[in-house]
Design a protein around this ligand. Structure first.
Ligand code: MBD
Ligand code: FE
Length: 283
């Protein structure tokens, strides 16, 4: 039996959810330094002026841009747009000095507070959840390789149809989302299913940009992770599968060579397994 496909997931639906989530998220309230706002905003606006001059942008194109920007807001796709086309550079700058586990973008579909499990648990999934069974396991250590007890490993990923729970209708709340606290040996193990390549919504404003430019909307199949421990830097990352579609041409430019998994047939004879270890930098 295959898991039911999701009824009528729409760009506007997932966009609305992602926008609501982001708006509700707690974030630092400290104001940004005025001189920095001025310098960054001036450079960003000047960069746009340069593009207009270089390409001889017309009034028709300027109006198309205005209409498109208005639509991005209307269908809630600012989180999607920014995370697909901008976040990877913010991540690169933020984590340039990190020595341990390699990070990449968070994307728009993280939900904090996923259910906690013991190592070796199966992520919440439906009967007949589609996809090759995958045992994903590893160890969390410090930079010297000492195992970290009570490290938190949070895993979330799309289903075989490319949908995330809480961002598409008809999927149980915590489907394919869960957290494990490591034991004294620093180890964690999740049973899940291998996700499929993922197409960002094509029926909204981001899809309209992609179609108008003749680009593609695909991300490679990926697991999302947040790994954290007291006194250590939180690592937000994603892992991909060697040889998978779009590993070389991710629309979100979030693939790095250190983030490629090479699963092997599982020792259990059931599906595949792969080990990936995380070394955390001191906070
Ligand atoms: C995703 O699943 C994702 O990870 C990113 C970065 C953007 C859109 C959808
Ligand atoms: Fe994703």
């Amino acid at each position: 039996m295959s898991a039911p496909t999701v009824p009528s997931a729409t760009a506007a639906g997932s966009g609305r959810s992602a926008t609501e989530r982001f708006t509700q998220k707690e974030r630092s309230t400290s104001s940004v330094d005025q001189a920095r706002v001025s310098a960054i905003a001036t450079d960003a606006i000047t960069a746009l002026h340069d593009v207009i001059r270089r390409h001889g942008v017309t009034y028709a194109e300027y109006d198309a841009l205005k209409a498109w920007l208005i639509r991005v807001g209307e269908d809630g796709e600012w989180p999607l747009f920014l995370d697909v086309w901008v976040e990877h550079v913010v991540e690169e700058v933020a984590n340039a000095d990190r020595k341990g586990a390699v990070g990449t973008i968070e994307g728009p579909y993280y939900i904090p507070g996923s259910p906690e499990f013991r190592s070796g648990a199966t992520l919440p999934m439906r009967d007949g959840e589609q996809g090759t069974p995958l045992l994903f396991q590893g160890t969390v250590t410090d930079l010297d390789g000492n195992p970290i007890e009570d490290a938190r490993v949070e895993l979330w990923h799309a289903d075989d149809d490319g949908f995330y729970s809480q961002f598409a209708p008809g999927i149980p709340e915590w489907n394919l989302r869960g957290s494990i606290l490591t034991g004294a040996d620093g180890r964690f193990a999740f049973h899940t299913v291998k996700p499929a390549p993922y197409q960002i919504p094509t029926d909204g404003s981001c899809g309209a940009l992609i179609a108008a430019a003749g680009w593609h909307a695909w991300r490679p199949a990926h697991l999302h992770l947040k790994v954290s421990a007291p006194g250590k830097q939180l690592v937000t990352t994603q892992l991909y599968f060697e040889g998978g579609a779009h590993v070389q041409d991710d629309v979100a430019q979030a693939v790095k060579p250190e983030l490629i998994l090479r699963p092997t047939p599982a020792a259990s004879g059931h599906g595949e397994e792969v080990t990936y270890d995380f070394a955390l930098d001191p906070a």
